[in-house]
Design a protein around this ligand. Structure first.
Ligand code: NAD
Ligand code: UDP
Length: 389
């Protein structure tokens, strides 16, 4: 039996403390991953990002018990000669850096493609050349649209899971035409996945690819006009939170008919930690990480968030809590959408024995409690300020 306090991997072997180079550590997922690693493991983190607001509580004050296990390096991986040295200092690199908000895919397609493909190239190269393991964050969006979405609306086959459940080793990647620039992100992510896979096949790179399916929770994105640009459009959790906080109707793009499965960030982070600590089981794998039990249409999400927010804030909901908007009006030209995203869980379950736990209601309750506590005062102040003439 291992001594008390020694962490064991899934095969019962003691886990050696590692140094992790985490690129994009200051973002939503990075902040939760840093927290988990510092609180529950002995591993060290070299945290790389342009920003550190979301991990400030982990960096300051310097008297924190884990202070010697996290080092923040403010750098942009587009142009910083320190990158290779930092990757060399670590046992493992985790790359989270990306432009990953849909409002950018059709309005800033060049930045999106550069960020998700070109900027990730040196990371893959340095890992491969220096024999360092890489965990790369891709996206469920590489699946694009489901096969079922091309069937006639009344086809009974639409109910058959083989036409919509998304499997890492079997499902095709189906994107719209080039002028639908929404797909610039998915396409760039797909190409970097293929490159990493080829580095594994031809040069022996040890890699794991993660495909997150709508991970949500505290610290996701920003609230426009409070801790982000007033005109900015974050992902759906923050868009809907912003409207609830401001007592405005939630905007349903093209009727809110698209379907998504949402997973609580804390469940998803458990899966990433298993990947970090079980390289033999995770190397060479592509993992869907999502919660197939939490499927809703965007309209149902809006209704549930309205109900949960009313409960946690004590405020009544609006008489008309939602309003329909066209995607052209909301996102501009070139927007398109994934119709449905249900992850197949066979591979992650077989390799890591992992399953998500938290229901949609419970994860919205804790997340909206956080949103209300963090932002409601700031919103009240912003609303009460006289508009400059
Ligand atoms: P995020 O935007 O909160 O985090 C990304 C971080 O990367 C940011 O802090 C940003 O400053 C940093 N970054 C971007 N470009 C950089 C650069 N050139 N140099 C240094 N730092 C840079 O996003 P997130 O939700 O935490 O997502 C992390 C990863 O997971 C991304 O690759 C994203 O595509 C993927 N992903 C996330 C989800 C989800 O549900 N949250 C879904 C699909 C894919
Ligand atoms: N959406 C919406 N209203 C909003 C923001 C998003 O109806 O205010 C829709 C969007 O069109 C998509 C879904 O919500 O169908 C999820 O959008 P998100 O930005 O979270 O990212 P995605 O899951 O598409 O990557």
């Amino acid at each position: 039996m291992a001594a008390a306090g020694v962490r064991l991997d899934l095969d019962g072997r003691p886990i050696k403390p590692k140094t992790i180079c985490m690129i994009g550590a200051g973002g939503f997922i990075g902040s939760h991953l840093c927290e988990k690693i510092l609180l529950e493991t002995p591993h060290k983190i070299l945290a790389l990002d342009v920003y550190n607001d979301k991990i400030k509580h982990l960096l300051e004050p310097e008297t924190l018990t884990w202070a010697d296990r996290i080092q923040f390096h403010r750098l942009n991986i587009k142009h910083d000669s320190r990158l290779e040295g930092l990757i060399k200092m670590a046992d493992l690199t985790i790359n989270l850096a990306a432009i990953c908000t849909p409002a950018d895919y059709n309005t800033r397609p060049l930045d999106t493609i550069y960020s998700n493909f070109i900027d990730a190239l040196p990371v893959v190269k340095y890992c491969s050349e220096n024999n360092k393991r890489l965990i790369h964050f891709s996206t469920c969006e590489v699946y694009g649209k489901t096969i079922g979405s091309f069937l006639p609306k009344d086809s009974p086959l639409r109910q058959d899971p083989s036409y919509y459940v998304l499997k890492e080793d079997a499902s095709p990647c189906i994107f719209g035409p080039i002028d639908k620039q929404r797909w610039s992100y998915a396409c760039a992510k797909q190409l970097i996945e293929r490159l990493i896979y080829a580095e594994g096949a031809e040069n022996g790179l040890e890699f794991t690819i993660v495909r997150p399916f709508n991970w949500i929770g505290p610290r996701m994105d920003f609230i426009p006009g409070i801790d982000g640009p007033s005109e900015g459009v974050p992902r759906v959790l923050a868009c809907f939170s912003n409207c609830l906080l401001r007592r405005q109707p939630l905007k349903l793009v093209d009727g809110g008919q698209s379907q998504r499965t949402f997973i609580y960030i804390k469940d998803a982070i458990e899966a990433v930690l298993l990947m970090i600590e079980n390289p033999e089981r995770a190397n060479g794998q592509i993992f869907n990480v999502g919660n197939p039990n939490n499927e809703v249409t965007v309209r149902q999400l809006a209704e549930m968030m309205t109900e949960v927010y009313s409960k946690v804030s004590g405020e009544s909901s609006l008489e008309n809590p939602t309003v329909d908007v066209s995607s052209k009006e909301f996102y501009g030209e070139g927007y398109d959408d994934s119709d449905k995203r249900i992850p197949d869980m066979t591979i992650i379950n077989r390799q890591l024995g992992w399953n998500p736990k938290t229901s949609l209601w419970d994860l919205l309750e804790s997340t909206l409690t956080y949103q209300h506590r963090t932002y409601s005062e700031a919103i009240k102040q912003a609303i009460s300020k006289p508009v400059a003439s």
